[in-house]
Design a protein. Structure first.
Length: 283
């Protein structure tokens, strides 16, 4: 169940690295450092990196269909054009709250999680943001809206509210998520489920905050692989590379009295499986 083959894609000291996303148009991995308000990109072929400062703390950054990025910021959803110009799509500031994880659904809508800076129970949410900026609340009271993904056939949606230690699953009809139920639970002492990705076989890969590992669960919720990591706080994972076979893993240094030298770096597990092509935000 355990593998040790692991490489370092980018040596970095990110405070709260998060949200790896493969952009097939540019052949780059996009990821963020939430509290340092930075969007990073990495080209595994050339090794080229870029770093862009954002307007506010940034929970996630995803490609847009017309170029540029959609970002889940402290005060709402922002759009960067291909030329770097910024404007708000949804501006909804709430003191003490910020955007967290996000994912683009097969129809091009953005599903966004939020949380309070103090981690208060029921202080966060999950919502669907349509390309025109209209917002549909889905779960109005969660602690930490995190880990969003879809099954290969698009009929299931996965979601994590980190303090619950659960990965939950919904039935999904293309726009609505209903019938929430537990998919898998992380036992006490093994860390907390954070970001996730779903592979082409329907297996769910989950990064374990304070668990120093990524786990893979089969489509029926059975744990079948553990990837042990040198970093205490992996945050999220995503498949990337030309054939979507390499698993990229973000990590954090924040809150650690003695972080590992690689804490905050972007790690990669080569040839870990086979990911699914993602969707770009249609707005």
């Amino acid at each position: 169940m355990t593998t040790t083959r692991l490489d370092v894609a980018v040596h970095e000291r990110a405070e709260l690295g998060e949200g790896p996303t493969w952009d097939p148009v540019t052949g780059r991995l996009i990821w963020v450092d939430i509290v340092c308000a930075r969007v990073h990109t990495y080209d595994p072929v050339s090794g080229r990196r870029t770093v862009m400062a954002t307007e506010q703390h940034v929970g996630a950054a995803k490609p847009r269909a017309g170029g540029g990025l959609v970002v889940n910021l402290r005060d709402g959803i922002g759009l960067y054009g291909p030329d770097g110009a910024f404007h708000w799509l949804v501006h909804d500031p709430e003191p003490g709250r910020r955007g967290n994880d996000a994912a683009v659904a097969p129809d091009g809508a953005l599903w966004v999680g939020t949380m309070r800076y103090d981690g208060a129970e029921n202080g966060g949410s999950l919502a669907r943001v349509a390309p025109d900026g209209s917002v549909t609340p889905v779960l109005p009271a969660v602690a930490c809206g995190n880990g969003i993904g879809w099954s290969p056939d698009g009929r299931l949606m996965y979601f994590i509210d980190t303090p619950t230690r659960r990965i939950d699953v919904f039935d999904f009809d293309g726009q609505r998520a209903v019938n929430r139920r537990p998919f898998a639970t992380v036992e006490p002492g093994a860390g907390f489920p954070d970001g996730l990705t779903v592979d082409a076989r329907g297996a769910v890969w989950v990064a374990l905050w304070d668990g120093a590992a990524v786990r893979r669960y089969t489509a029926d919720g059975a744990l079948d692989r553990i990837v042990e990591l040198p970093v205490q706080r992996p945050t999220a994972c995503a498949f990337g590379g030309r054939d979507l076979r390499d698993l990229y893993i973000t990590s954090a240094r924040t809150g650690l009295a003695a972080p590992h030298p690689l804490s905050g770096s972007l790690l990669v597990l080569p040839d870990a499986g086979h990911g699914m092509p993602g969707s770009a935000f249609a707005g």
